[in-house]
Design a protein around this ligand. Sequence first.
Ligand code: CMP
Length: 140
Amino acid sequence: MSERTLAIIKPDAVRKQVIGDIIHRYEQAGLRPIAMKMLRMTKAVAEGFYAVHRERPFFDSLTTFMASGPVVVLVLEGDDAIKRNRDLMGATDPAKAAPGTIRAVYGASIEANAVHGSDSPETAQFEIQYFFASMEFAGG
Ligand code: CMP
C-alpha cells in the first residue's frame, strides 16, 4: 500500500555534506520525494516536533541538537514507505544499526544519528503536517 513518511536529514548529516547521498539512497530504494525543504528549527519548533519525548531525560539535549544547524525535511512516498525507510535508516543507535544502513554509515551517536523517519502512520500524519502545507506537495 502506498504510504507517506516524514524524513529529516539532521544537522550532523548536513554538516558532513551528505544530503545528496542520503537523498540518492531514498530514491534508489523507491522512496520518492514529493515535498522537500531546508530549514533551521528553533528550539521551540524542535520541542513541538518531539513533544512525545518531552519527559525523556534526553529531550533537552535532543532538541538543542536539532536546532544546532540546518536540516532537510522531506515527505517520501512509496509502498510500505514507513517501514522501508526505517529499514534503510537502521537502528536508532548507529552502533547497533545494520551495516550499510544510513545510520551505520553516517551516524556518530544515538543523538547525532544522521536521519529521522516517522515510526507509524499516526506519527507520519502528525509530522508531515507539522512541516508542510498542502500546497508544498510539488510531486504528489
Ligand atoms: P529520532 O528517530 O529522530 O527520534 C527521537 C530521537 O531521540 C532519536 O532519533 C535519537 O536521536 C534520540 N534519542 C533516542 N534515544 C536517545 C537516548 N537514549 N539518548 C539521546 N538521544 C536519544
